[in-house]
Design a binder for this molecule. Structure first.
Ligand SMILES: Nc1ncnc2c1ncn2[C@@H]1O[C@H](COP(=O)(O)OP(=O)(O)OP(=O)(O)O)[C@@H](O)[C@H]1O
Ligand SMILES: [Mg+2]
Length: 348
């Protein structure tokens, strides 16, 4: 995405429902043609933020601009923004083509233009041969595509998708993720997708905003979120890791139950340190390179690799191991890591 222009600017937006603070001073920029994901646990404010953008909710404070102009004063139906709801009901008695055409018919566009645009968009989502079909005869993935076609046919500047794939089973979901990404490239519309599925956010998005209790905790590209989480919350939420709370003293990390561990100076001031599983190697217990020794308490298969849980005097380390060198549960092993792989976490 590089330095492409800002399309949407959200500045200091807050929204409460009675005692519940749904959005707490949220600021973020979404760039032109970006695939942007809002990721966070249930109730963290994702849908509320989309509803503010779509115009179904007015924030208590803050501003939102689209292409530099105030968006909040524009009524929902006049915004160049389309929201695809968490549950996207298709009209059951209408054909696929009619479902997709519906919004354009409401706008009163000429019939010929409607037909041309519906044909084009159905072609884009790969449903040209289902034009005359009724929704009940379609698979879940196909229905999802009709809903998408309906949302993009109006050519919004910004398409907001609230948990677009949550109703689908795992396999179709994977296929639809690729589909969504391809579609976004093809139609050139900026997408903001809400999800609480980290894999989905990480595989789809150019950038991800991780939200927690109404606050954006971190906004970064997926790889940077994974490699450089700044808080315990984000390190814990994205991927798996060994997180050691403690404090820095003279080049060492002091954490209860473990000997002082040598760490880089950038860990001074951290609340905790983290190690990703692939940064931790298992060694034989008598190897002199061991930093710590412990017992394998669990092994989890992950497909092309496995995760070994190693208990070191009550502290659990997670190490990624290849399937062909699986340790036995109960085995005594040593662990080590590169010091440079240690991630300082500066906030909770
Ligand atoms: N209309 C409303 N009235 C009262 N409380 C609301 C309203 N809408 C949202 N909330 C509250 O605001 C908070 C944020 O809700 P929101 O729907 O934005 O969460 P979410 O991140 O979309 O969650 P989920 O992943 O479960 O969909 C929640 O505590 C919710 O209960
Ligand atoms: Mg929601």
């Amino acid at each position: 995405m590089g330095d492409s222009a800002v399309l949407l600017r959200i500045s200091d937006v807050s929204k409460s429902f009675g005692e519940v603070v749904a959005l707490d001073d949220v600021s973020l920029d979404i760039r032109e043609n970006e695939f942007f994901a809002l990721l966070g646990p249930s109730g963290c404010g994702k849908t509320t933020l989309l509803r503010v953008l779509a115009g179904f909710e007015q924030p208590d404070a803050g501003t939102v601009t689209l292409d530099g102009s105030d968006l909040l004063s524009v009524p929902p139906e006049k915004r160049a923004v389309n929201l695809m709801f968490q549950s996207y009901a298709l009209f059951p008695h209408m054909t696929v083509a009619k479902n997709v055409a519906y919004g354009l018919v409401c706008e009163g566009l000429p019939r010929a233009e409607i037909t041309a645009r519906v044909d084009e968009v159905l072609d884009t989502v790969g449903l040209s041969d289902k034009k005359a079909a009724l929704p009940k005869t379609l698979s879940g993935g196909q229905r999802q595509r009709v809903a998408l076609a309906r949302a993009i046919v109006k050519r919004p500047r910004l398409l907001l998708l609230d948990e677009p794939l949550s109703a689908l089973d795992r396999k179709i979901r994977g296929e639809m993720q690729m589909e969504l990404k391809r579609l976004q490239h093809e139609v050139g519309i900026t997408f903001v997708v809400v999800t609480h599925d980290q894999d989905e956010a990480m595989s789809l998005a150019d950038r991800v905003a991780v939200m927690d209790a109404g606050v954006v905790r971190q906004l970064d590209a997926p790889l940077d979120l994974y490699r450089r989480p700044r808080s315990v919350f984000v390190a814990d939420f994205i991927g798996s890791s060994t997180i050691l709370r403690g404090s820095y003293l003279d080049g060492h990390w002091e954490t209860p139950g473990l000997p002082p561990l040598s760490v880089p100076a950038e860990c001074s001031g951290a609340r905790a340190i983290a190690l990703r599983p692939e940064a931790i190697s298992l060694l034989s217990v008598d190897d002199s390179r061991c930093r710590l020794r412990g017992t394998v308490s669990e092994v989890y298969f992950q497909g092309d690799h496995a995760l070994a849980q190693v208990d070191v005097d009550g502290t659990t380390f997670l190490a990624a191991v290849r399937d062909d060198v699986l340790p036995e549960r109960g085995a005594r092993v040593g662990i080590t890591w590169q010091e440079s792989a240690i991630i300082p976490l500066v906030a909770d």
